[in-house]
Design a protein around this ligand. Structure first.
Ligand code: CUA
Length: 309
């Protein structure tokens, strides 16, 4: 297969599972194509009109045959559905202990930032054997983050966060693509994923001395004066943000929301939309005031404020 690369390498825990389902679908399709063409030929020969006077008997129905070709495909289709759904659920839910990396797409490059602070462009360094969760957004149009060797792909959409996760199984360098037509240089919006042994990855992380995302977020929190209203204890003007991430909160209008990255993002950009119960909509909107990048840093900082015990 090496000389004829019809298929990308298998370099993540998803790769083998997804290929197995794919080849199963190919095999099922191949089987039915063979059966149908075989029968077409056999029937054409066997039931051809043999003379001018010949009129075949017409069968109106055959319940057994109808049962067979209804129930058979139904069971087969359900089997494929359950299999695919199981893979999808695995793929949609990143493990709790995933290493988080932030990706911002823009025309026409991928900007990547690690929680530790490392930033890179069109390169993504990850350790082998560790689940990695990408939280992604776009500064302009819809892009799509695609790593064929890992069999993972997800749209990267302006104005919201999408995510995907993978666990690389082989050290090496793999291609990374934008898989959504996003303008003139879409085809050049490509890069590399570098999978390293965990020890090498630690060395790499320590390589560039940079401020962690949490620290940058904390600095920004002070600079934007968020800390005048959001004190460690909930005050009159704003709720405390300590231990907030992952919790469910009640809003002024009685709705309940779970605090995730998306909610935090919304509440920073357009705070009036979903105000916490017990508070007035006095927070200024930061739409257009801060970059996607700064937004991610703020969220990283808010997430880092865990409540004690
Ligand atoms: Cu970005 Cu295509």
């Amino acid at each position: 297969m090496q000389d004829l690369p019809l298929f990308p390498e298998q370099a993540s825990t998803f790769a083998e599972k997804s290929d197995l389902l794919y080849w199963f679908l190919v095999a099922v399709s191949g089987f039915f194509i063979a059966v149908i063409f075989f029968l077409v030929v056999i029937f054409a020969v066997r039931y051809r009109r043999k003379s001018e006077e010949h009129w075949p008997t017409v069968y109106q129905e055959n319940p057994h045959l109808e049962m067979l070709w209804t129930v058979g495909p139904l069971i087969l289709a359900l089997f494929i559905f359950v299999w695919g759904a199981k893979l999808y659920v695995d793929y949609a839910r990143a493990p709790q202990d995933s290493m988080e990396v932030f990706v911002t797409g823009r025309q026409w490059m991928w900007k990547i930032q690690h929680s530790a602070g490392q930033r890179e462009i069109n390169y993504l360094h990850v350790p082998k054997g560790v689940p990695v969760k990408l939280t992604m957004t776009s500064e302009d149009v819809i892009h799509s983050f695609f790593i064929p060797a890992f069999r993972v792909k997800a749209d990267v959409v302006p104005g919201r966060y999408t995510s995907l996760w993978f666990e690389a199984t082989e050290a090496g360098t793999y291609r990374l693509y934008c898989a959504e037509y996003c303008g003139t240089e879409h085809s050049r919006m490509i890069g590399y994923v570098v999978v390293m042994e965990p020890a090498d990855f630690q060395d790499w992380l320590q390589g560039g001395r940079s401020e962690s995302m949490e620290a940058a977020g904390q600095r920004l929190f002070g600079k934007l004066a968020c800390n005048t209203c959001h004190l460690p204890q909930s005050g009159e003007r704003g709720p405390s943000l300590v231990g907030l991430h992952g919790k469910e909160v009640e809003l002024r209008d009685g709705r309940r929301v779970r605090v995730d990255d998306g909610y935090l993002r919304e509440s920073i950009l357009a705070p009036a939309d979903k105000v916490t119960a017990g508070y007035q909509p006095i927070m200024p909107a930061y739409q257009g005031q801060i970059s996607e990048h700064e937004l991610l840093q703020l969220i990283a900082y808010i997430k880092s404020q865990r409540s004690e015990g």
